[in-house]
Design a binder for this molecule. Structure first.
Ligand code: CA
Length: 304
């Protein structure tokens, strides 16, 4: 028997996370869905002759969706298991003065098209291992809307290199159906995403959605390998690092029944703070906690 998997087409895109969008499809918990995505430039960079002036910046950071998940209510957790990420054989990257980690530098705006073949991205003479990841993944906030170019409690443009095949993303649910959307695939991106773009590509993401009822994380959580990562954000790195640290200490207190002093010290020994990106409107820092010390339930809070 054919196992038909629903596809959300790549022409069904949004540029903000909001409950005002009509969902394309209603999935039941446990269902597998494929999101077809276009790249972060909306497919506008077709070759290296494209100038940045010719790009319509209102059409960047598209996310495919939203997907309604039956039974999801405010206070729940939406679990998105990333089963497979397929990327194109071509990726694009750009630099422009005023953007990235070095915005004061003077240089030529430059666009590059990168070939992807045999599990490698070719960058001039250099070959880089392909490690596909999802830059934008999030749900609708309870009120208002967040552009897909930024991040927050709802997820969004987190640019976490760990959101890859085999990872599990836990998002707090704020509205009925959660309204999941994702996009902004990268063939590869290092922590920091220094120049403001990575190897941007269209592709397909196969996910399985699940619900955890009645409790949710404070920040999006990514489970990958032997770690849980708390994905914090802030207008500057200090704020993002503070939030990631504060939540990590609080999770250790709950997990191990420790007072603040002990949990604070233990965090210094076992929690790794890492930078997700320094180039989006909200900078991103994650606190990685080995699963050896905490269980998922310690990262989730009962909804009131
Ligand atoms: Ca991004």
């Amino acid at each position: 028997m054919l196992n038909l998997v629903v596809r959300l087409p790549r022409d069904y895109i949004i540029y903000s996370f909001s409950k005002r969008y009509v969902p394309k499809y209603r999935a039941t918990p446990g269902e597998v869905v494929i999101f077809e995505t276009i790249d972060a430039f909306g497919g506008q960079i077709v070759d290296e002759s494209v100038t940045l002036e010719s790009i319509d910046w209102s059409k960047v950071n598209p996310a495919t969706g939203p997907l309604y998940v039956e039974g999801a209510s405010p206070g729940d957790t939406l679990l998105v298991e990333i089963e497979e990420i397929k990327v194109s054989d071509k990726a694009v990257i750009m630099v422009a003065p005023g953007f990235g980690a070095l915005p004061d530098k003077e240089f030529r705006p430059t666009v590059k098209v990168l070939e992807v073949a045999g599990g490698k991205v070719r960058f001039g003479k250099v070959e880089i291992e392909v490690r596909p990841m999802i830059g934008v993944i999030g749900v609708a906030p309870s009120d208002g809307e967040f552009p897909t170019g930024t991040s927050g409690y709802h997820g969004g443009n987190m640019d976490v290199a760990l959101v890859t095949t085999g990872s599990r993303v836990y998002l707090p649910v704020f509205v009925e159906g959660a309204l999941l959307a994702l996009g902004d695939l990268h063939v590869v991106q290092a922590d920091g995403e220094l120049c403001v773009a990575a190897a941007e590509t269209p592709g397909e993401v196969r996910v399985r959605v699940e619900l955890i009822k009645g409790k949710r994380p404070k920040y999006p959580i990514v489970e990958f390998g032997d770690r849980f990562s708390i994905i914090a954000f802030g207008e500057d790195l200090d704020t993002a690092a503070y939030r990631a640290s504060e939540e990590a200490v609080s999770v250790l207190m709950r997990a191990l029944s420790l007072g603040f002093e002990e949990a604070y010290m233990l965090a210094s020994l076992v929690v790794d703070l890492r930078i997700n990106q320094v180039v989006d409107p909200m900078k991103g820092v994650r606190a990685e906690i080995p699963k050896k010390y905490v269980r998922l339930e310690h990262l989730l809070y009962p909804s009131i």
